[in-house]
Design a protein around this ligand. Structure first.
Ligand code: TRH
Length: 377
């Protein structure tokens, strides 16, 4: 009998928590034939990335996953063989009791945040706390050997390459979103938190000799885009042109379409955790807006990733990527940093594909979880 899995997702803010757990749940069902319940406390956030979700239903099936609303008042439920608390969320006490009462204790894991820091491989898989004899373990995603790897569905990179090799398929997809990029223009996507340095970047794009078509899914950066354009009415569907720059606001699309959007673009600005990984699978140059944490500890995470990501670039290209990412994440001037990156474009573009290939050689996170369970039993 295949193992049963319970994945608990508490939506703190934004879409990363549900984005990651939904991807994982689907993959465990589709590729490992697991029985999966995904417990989510905010189905409205879920609906944004998967429009089929009916936020009023307590229980529903989507892609073979049993999606359960995680209620404020927990009703008794039998515990599964494997229990995943995503991003250190606190399980209902009664559920923990149910875990302890099982004849055979479940495997209990905390699926942690993604980080490229060195300590991650040393902590991955270590025991954490115990509850009435049930041991919890740390499970860390990561970029290096010894970590739990990254979420990557089977055949993802092949599908991405086929899509990128077919210009017509891309144009049809973009047309479905109401996007018609001018021939020869640079297509870019922008998904970010509020960022005071956006204006300087948009200035550089507007004054560039090459045309840019910038696609902005609705969200937190929109206020900064509005301010730069001087158009407070900017909303989904709006298209504005300033010199060489066309800015178009897109609706928030379903997760699969967001992937396709990333695959279409020559450059992707992404944020958080899940879109950051998806941009890497797109194999295109990118810019990461990291989720801000207290005492600036996110800057150490940024540095750790940059060190790993840029290590095979030439010193000049390395400095250019580093300067751009640091400016974006410290809200410093972007104009010169962007112009400098353009000087190294061919190298940075080739490197994005190379990095994707290298990361694609690792075991993916769902497979690593299943293996961890098999080793544990
Ligand atoms: O939304 P985020 O900022 O989530 C963040 C991070 O995960 C962060 O680490 C976490 O601590 C915080 O939430 C609470 O960024 P992220 O991780 O990229 O998640 C966005 C999800 O939304 C991702 O699954 C992609 C998806 N998405 C769509 O499905 N459609 C869209 O149009 C867009 C722009 C995104």
């Amino acid at each position: 009998m295949k193992a049963s899995w319970d994945i608990f997702c508490s939506v703190v803010d934004n879409y990363g928590d549900i984005g990651v757990t939904w991807r994982l749940a689907r993959q465990l069902v589709a590729e490992h034939q697991c029985t999966v319940r995904l417990w989510v406390d905010d189905l409205r956030a879920f609906e944004k990335i998967c429009p089929e979700i009916d936020f009023q239903r307590l229980s529903q099936y989507q892609d073979g996953v049993e999606v359960r609303h995680w209620p404020a008042h927990w009703q008794p439920e039998a515990a599964a063989d494997v229990v995943i608390a995503a991003f250190a969320c606190q399980l209902p006490h009664a559920y923990m009791e149910a875990m302890a009462e099982r004849q055979r204790a479940p495997l209990w894991l905390n699926l942690d945040y993604l980080s490229a820091e060195d300590w991650v491989s040393g902590c991955h898989g270590l025991p954490s706390v115990k509850f009435r004899g049930v041991q919890k373990y740390f499970f860390f995603p990561g970029f290096q050997a010894g970590t739990g790897g990254l979420l990557r569905e089977a055949g993802l990179l092949e599908r991405r390459r086929q899509f990128q090799a077919d210009r017509q398929v891309q144009l049809d997809f973009l047309q479905g979103l109401g996007v018609t990029p001018a021939a020869g223009s640079r297509l870019m996507s922008l998904f970010a938190y509020e960022n005071a340095s956006l204006g300087g970047w948009l200035d550089a794009l507007a004054l560039d000799t090459q045309q840019t078509h910038l696609l902005v899914p609705e969200g937190r950066i929109l206020g900064d885009v509005q301010r730069w354009l001087g158009d407070a009415s900017l909303s989904v569907g709006s298209l504005q042109i300033r010199q060489s720059l066309t800015v178009q606001v897109l609706p928030f699309v379903r997760q699969e379409d967001y992937d396709r959007l990333l695959w279409c673009c020559d450059f992707n600005a992404v944020r958080g955790e899940d879109s950051f990984v998806r941009a890497q699978w797109a194999g295109r140059p990118m810019l990461w807006h990291i989720y801000r944490q207290d005492e600036d500890i996110h800057l150490d995470k940024l540095e750790a990733f940059l060190a790993l990501y840029t290590r095979t670039l030439s010193p000049d290209a390395q400095a250019a990527v580093r300067a751009l990412w640091q400016a974006w994440n410290t809200e410093a001037a972007m104009t010169e940093a962007w112009k400098n990156l353009l000087q190294h474009w061919p190298e940075v573009a080739a490197h994005a594909e190379q990095w994707c290939l290298e990361q694609g050689l690792q075991a993916d996170l769902a497979a690593a979880l299943v293996q961890f369970y098999l080793n544990w039993i």
